[in-house]
Design a protein. Structure first.
Length: 452
């Protein structure tokens, strides 16, 4: 009877979300029904961005006739690749002991990483993969785990983030060839920089000196994503949140004071540092007039960061997130939920038992990995900043564009290839993992409730 084996990754950080410069630490767990020959247990961490989208284009064929074809524009960048052996060296054969055994790892993320991002036309992905290497031409047993990186955009050093904004739009209305009084608005915003979880407060002075009713004003938080590849670009614009203001009767004025537009979990402006995916935000203003073609419109750019303005710290509430305890290094684990087993085909030859690894490996309290940083470096200068929490991103663009018959990334590419899920075994190309749609966990801040 061939041995059964399970392999999965557990992180010390339960939300699987990190900042650049922080340490990613955890353990690879091997659950073996009997001693298993291996040439090594390897952990790999990879960060990259990939952009790909199709466009229709006219091209001449060999006969000189013009045809409409689909052209794909692609670009990619690698941010880091790190590999290390937790057991063995990939050459010398050893034996994984019977039972459930954990092997610790840690890796300090580079600085200046962009935020994780998932879209139909491009992804910024961070993935770790553990591989149990099997000798005698056997396929490795592997598992993959995506995690989130929140790129650093510090509003305190961002030009214009603390500046106030005012914009006004007015026009005269016409009724039966006669000119009536002006209609319009004055929009006021105390600052341009915000972080997820904050309330975006604004004031709008609405004026209707015409003889017709004004049907209110809409303020919409918009996300503008631009993808760059091969000298071309593609832009996707999507609404995130929308608020409706009051109607204004003829000859009347209204003051709309809004304190309900909460910034949801979204990536920061520019994804912090990405060069081929650019994310911007603005407030779309639209005053609804009787003739929709005459609606007054304007846009106000805003900045979404990950570190708030220092003068707003007092309004932020501390997160209650606590990290789960970790198991001792390379010791048996009893209370661990086990994934489904996969059957390993029998050897043509017996296992080489020159080394018994299992629970005896890497004793002495030494963790194999790179240097440890206990805090994200960018946060060290803000000891009075309440710690954030993390929430699933909103408005992830995974559906194809309406005009896109050949989407850039298939659902399998978005999940299995670049963002494959976790904590199950894979063996010989037959995946036991359940592929799920990965949703980044973006940083968000709580607000102090002054009403209690």
């Amino acid at each position: 009877m061939p041995p059964l084996i399970g392999i999965w990754i557990e992180l010390d950080n339960p939300v699987k979300a990190y900042f650049p410069g922080q340490v990613v630490s955890g353990r690879v767990v091997i659950d073996s029904e009997k001693p298993t020959a291996t040439t090594g247990l390897k952990i790999k961490l990879d960060g990259k961005v990939k952009v790909k989208w199709p466009e229709r284009a006219s091209r001449k064929d060999s006969s000189g006739s013009r045809k409409i074809v689909t052209v794909f524009y692609t670009a990619d960048e690698s941010y880091f690749q790190h590999e290390e052996f937790l057991v063995g060296d990939g050459k010398t054969s050893s034996v994984i002991a019977r039972g459930n055994t954990a092997y610790k790892f840690q890796y300090t993320l580079p600085n200046d990483l962009p935020s994780s991002f998932v879209s139909r036309s491009g992804t910024v992905s961070y993935i770790m993969e553990a591989s149990l290497m099997l000798p005698h031409n056997r396929s490795d047993a592997t598992c993959m785990l995506p995690f989130t990186v929140n790129g650093i955009l510090d509003l305190n050093v961002e030009p214009g983030a603390s500046l106030s904004v005012e914009t006004r739009k007015y026009k005269s209305m016409y009724c039966l060839c006669c000119t009536s009084g002006p209609v319009g608005f004055l929009f006021k915003l105390a600052r341009k920089g915000f972080v997820p979880g904050e309330i975006l407060e604004f004031i709008v002075e609405l004026s209707n000196q015409s003889s017709q009713r004004v049907y209110g004003m809409k303020v919409t938080l918009m996300q503008v994503v631009k993808f760059h590849a091969e000298g071309n670009s593609k832009t996707i614009i999507r609404p995130i949140r929308q608020l409706q203001g009051p109607e204004v009767e003829p000859g009347e004025s209204e003051i709309w004071v809004e304190k309900m537009l909460k910034i949801p979990p979204i990536p920061p402006t520019r994804l912090a540092t990405c060069r081929i995916i650019d994310v911007q935000y603005n407030l779309k203003l639209e005053l609804a007039l009787p003739n929709i073609s005459l609606n007054l419109k304007d846009e106000v750019p805003i900045i979404i960061g990950t570190i708030p303005l220092r003068n707003t710290f007092a309004n932020l509430a501390a997160s209650t997130l606590t990290l789960a305890p970790t198991a001792p290094e390379n010791e048996s684990i009893e209370a661990v939920e086990r994934p489904s087993y996969l059957e390993i085909p029998p050897n043509n030859e017996g296992p080489d038992e020159r080394g018994d690894i299992g629970g005896k490996a890497n004793k002495g309290g030494r963790t194999r990995g790179m240097s440890v940083s206990s805090e994200a470096p960018s946060f060290l200068e803000y000891p009075d900043l309440p710690p954030p929490s993390y929430k699933e991103a909103v408005q992830m663009d995974k559906s194809p564009d309406a005009c896109e018959e050949n989407p850039a990334f298939s659902p399998d590419e978005l999940t299995a290839s670049t963002l494959r899920s976790v904590n199950s075994s894979q063996y010989g190309g037959r995946s036991g993992a359940t592929t799920v749609n990965f949703v980044p966990q973006y940083v968000t801040y709580g607000m102090v409730d002054y009403t209690q």
